[in-house]
Design a protein around this ligand. Structure first.
Ligand code: DUC
Ligand code: ZN
Ligand code: ZN
Length: 467
């Protein structure tokens, strides 16, 4: 018997960034074909009674299998990283194809495609990292790559192997303006960090907790202000990534007051961790070493407020997966390292959505529409993937997540599907968990188990950012 749909989700309580409605969802060939009451039968049916139905998450800032210097290795490749994302309700990831200094961007993109092919279980796009803006890169490689669907790129104001000087940043912004791309900026002042790091080291202050002291808020505030100034000079929008607290937020609000097009992202670590998680004199705090570092409770509150009042457009994981007990991870070379040599970053692809849903929606800080906007619709729009991704509407990909809003989960690394040997959120109780994830109409995760297939994820060329 032929059926109208491959799959029908019955009795769905759907929330998008703007609307909430009850309907059945008819899916054919991986797309949402109908939203309505009493749709005809599907070849398969799922009853969503009692569950909340949201668009799949778009995690627009995560690092997977990124080539690393100095013997470091990321624990998650495109299989384990996207498996973990899917089990946490995310259906699109945008990691980074990183140019090496002295290398070409095209080579980075080609290498990154090889890393993703046959492995990703959900769809993916690429940002670029521009580390060496030679005339060839600025005049040929970047414009060509933008035309081919790589329409966003990250630049760094710190890290010796990645950072650009002010003149180079202006050149990159100017290319973005001309070709309508979006530049993401890692805003921390490199020389300030270097100076503080040297002083701490000379004083023998090398434990992980000193990472936070080497990158205080002022370092981020200054760089944020400088990035805003560059955006104003070139007259191009920018996105400041992983904003950690009040003083950077004040700069962004100031820019908004001047009518500047400054967009901002924050991440779970700035809501759920503080500098105390970097530990005492012991080494466990290495698990929470990331940049910018987690701050204090007052800054956490400022970040929550920024999510509520619209300072932030997107909420990403910044998943940067290094194992703790590993000679290629946090114990680089097999030993405890002075803070400045600890691989930077923490895992978070699978916990991003449950943490924000619980702490935001269930705790009454955000409504469900803000949650969807921050975690799915806005990143899809900002990076040129909308309306294929980022909403539940006719014609969109059937990337759909069923949430049990009553389910309480104590986060435990054994529950998660990444290859990292810890989670910074061990023991945190959340209410609300994604119990079923569909990627283009296929179930990829169910009841905290992965049921998808390696290689079923497709590469998504990005359109012009819509901001
Ligand atoms: N910046 C990132 O975006 N991710 C991990 C570490 C960092 O400094
Ligand atoms: Zn960064
Ligand atoms: Zn990052």
């Amino acid at each position: 018997m032929s059926t109208a749909f491959d799959l029908v989700i019955r009795n769905a309580d759907v929330a998008t960034a703007s609307d909430r409605f009850q309907c059945d969802i008819g899916i054919r060939d991986g797309k949402i074909e109908a939203l309505g009451k009493q749709l005809p039968a599907g070849a398969e049916e799922i009853d969503a009674s009692g569950l909340l139905v949201l668009p799949g998450g778009v995690d627009a800032h995560c690092h997977l299998d990124q080539p690393m210097p100095d013997g470091m290795r990321m624990a998650d490749d495109f299989f384990s990283g996207t498996r973990s994302a899917a089990c946490g309700g995310t259906t699109t990831v945008i990691p980074f194809a990183a140019q090496a200094k002295g290398g070409s961007l095209n080579a980075a993109v080609e290498d990154y495609h090889a890393r993703a092919a046959g492995k990703a279980v959900i769809d993916y796009a690429f940002h670029l990292i521009v580390a060496d803006p030679t005339p060839q890169v600025l005049q040929e490689e970047l414009p060509n790559l933008i035309r081919q669907g790589y329409t966003s790129f990250k630049i760094y104001m710190t890290y010796d192997d990645l950072k650009l000087n002010d003149r180079e940043i202006l050149e990159v912004l100017s290319v973005a303006r001309e070709h309508k791309a979006l530049v993401m900026i890692h805003a921390e002042n490199s020389d300030c960090i270097g100076w503080l790091t040297d002083r701490l080291s000379q004083a023998g202050q090398t434990a992980p907790k000193y990472h936070a002291l080497s990158r205080p808020m002022a370092v981020e505030r200054e760089a944020t202000h400088r990035a805003i100034t560059f955006s104003e000079l070139v007259d191009v929008p920018i996105l400041i990534v992983h904003v950690s607290g009040r003083e950077a937020i004040e700069q962004i609000r100031w820019a908004h007051g001047r009518g500047l097009r400054i967009y901002a992202e924050t991440c779970p670590q700035y809501l759920f961790l503080t500098e105390h998680d970097l530990g005492g004199e012991g080494y466990h705090g290495a698990k929470c070493v990331c940049s910018p570092p987690p701050r204090d409770h007052e800054n956490q509150k400022a970040v929550w407020d920024g999510l509520t009042n619209g300072v932030f457009s997107i909420f990403s994981s910044d998943h940067a997966p290094f194992r703790y007990d590993d000679a290629q991870g946090k114990k680089l070379g097999g030993k405890e390292q002075p803070f400045q040599y600890i691989p930077n970053g923490i895992p978070g692809l699978e916990t991003r959505l449950p943490l924000l849903f619980s702490g935001g929606v269930m705790a009454g800080r955000l409504d469900v529409h803000q949650f969807v906007a921050l975690t799915s619709t806005n990143p899809a729009k900002m990076y040129g993937l909308y309306p294929r991704k980022g909403s539940i509407m006719i014609g969109a990909d059937a990337d759909i997540v069923l949430w049990d809003t009553k389910c309480k989960v104590v986060i435990n690394n054994a529950l998660l599907h990444h290859e990292v040997d810890y989670t910074p959120y061990e023991g945190t109780t959340v209410q609300g968990w994604p119990v079923l994830t569909l990627s283009r109409g296929k179930v990829v995760s169910k009841d905290q188990s992965f049921v998808g297939t390696a290689g079923s994820g497709q590469f998504l060329p990005c359109g012009t950012p819509s901001i």
